[in-house]
Design a protein around this ligand. Structure first.
Ligand code: NDP
Ligand code: OXD
Length: 309
């Protein structure tokens, strides 16, 4: 029974060592060295091979995303009956919550403006807004959004959230669906985007969304670059309507040298590092899922192909 790993080879070698230790009966191969394609039962991938998956691996049983998101996998080449599971890894979740706290605090305490002042040798102070007057809203109340909320709680920010289906979360004002979006946005001073990229959410952070937000609001995009209309963000920052943005993901990664985010004075840009799968835990989370599959139990992180996440 073979597993094929098609992602970063450096991390792949760590997976190989861990799986050799914990599941020596499984054969672990790294793309493109796939061996006998008929023996491949599990594929772990960041991006899919260009060939039709059912033809390439006729006996494939599960497709695993090496990441929490699945939008980078073109599921149109994946047979409809094939289960797809995404990565639900405690380390990845903790690391995202940490990044969200860092970004929210940076916006809350005007860090971007202070970095600009320092560069300009300007000693100028700004009024501190108390946390109970800074409203923080999380788009996406899934494994990552909920973890971020728990880490933000102790600071005392009024918290709200937005999801596809209605939710009740203690101490969090919850909104849902397209009908709840505008009210949610209007009540948020710092917005964190943690939804999956699907046809419904592509371009959701656009001029209309920014116009619905209060003047001076900040944005944290840790979802996907496709959520954000870059030119609309730049326009909203330049007009002064938005105060600042922390951006971890962009549509083309890395962005071209002339992309406006590189040197925009109101943007902090990081290279898609808010959270990364750590082989030490991810390989074992994967193995647990393989065992579940072999026992006929439901997989953790099963993707609903119709919803797209
Ligand atoms: P989950 O599937 O656990 O949660 C997704 C949440 O988004 C759910 O609450 C869901 O609503 C909500 N949602 C989905 N579609 C819509 C919609 N159309 N309208 C409103 N809400 C919607 O995902 P995770 O929390 O694990 O991950 C979220 C995303 O974070 C990933 O898809 C990925 O793109 C990104 N990510 C980024 C990383 C980085 O390093 N920058 C690292 C890891 C992930 P409902 O609860 O109703 O289903
Ligand atoms: C993920 C990512 O989805 O790395 O896990 O962005």
């Amino acid at each position: 029974m073979t597993i094929v790993f098609k992602s970063d080879p450096v991390r792949g070698r760590e997976w190989a060592a861990l799986l050799a230790e914990h599941a020596p009966e499984l054969e672990f191969r790294m793309w493109p060295d796939i061996g006998d394609p008929a023996a491949v039962r599990y594929l772990v991938a960041w991006r899919l091979p260009s060939e039709d998956l059912g033809t390439l691996f006729p006996n494939l049983e599960v497709l695993f995303s090496v990441a929490a998101g699945v939008d980078q996998l073109d599921l149109s080449t994946v047979p409809a009956h094939l289960p797809v599971a995404r990565m639900v890894d405690p380390n990845l979740i903790a690391s995202m919550a940490e990044y969200v706290v860092m970004s929210v605090l940076a916006l809350h305490r005007d860090l971007i403006a202070y970095i600009g002042s320092q560069r300009a040798r300007r000693w100028s102070e700004m009024r501190v807004v108390p946390a109970p007057r800074r409203r923080v809203g999380i788009m996406g109340l899934g494994s990552l959004g909920l973890a971020a909320i728990e880490r933000l709680r102790p600071f005392g920010f009024p918290l709200s959230g937005w999801s596809r289906s209605p939710k009740r979360i203690d101490g969090v004002e919850c909104h849902a669906g397209p009908e709840g979006l505008e009210t949610f946005l209007a009540s948020v001073d710092i917005l964190v985007c943690l939804i999956p990229l699907t046809p419904e959410t592509r371009g959701i952070l656009d001029r209309k969304a920014f116009a619905a937000m209060p003047a001076g609001a900040g944005i944290v995009n840790v979802g996907r670059g496709g959520h954000l209309v870059d030119a609309d963000l730049v326009a909203a920052l330049d007009s002064g309507h938005l105060g600042g943005a922390v951006i971890d993901v962009v549509s083309t990664e890395p962005p071209p040298a002339d992309h406006p985010f590189w040197d925009h004075p109101k943007i902090i840009l990081t290279p898609h590092v808010a959270s990364m799968t750590q082989p030490q835990t991810a390989a074992l989370v994967f193995l647990d899922n393989v065992r579940r599959h072999q026992r006929g139990e439901p997989l953790v992180g099963t993707v609903d192909r119709d919803r797209g996440y």
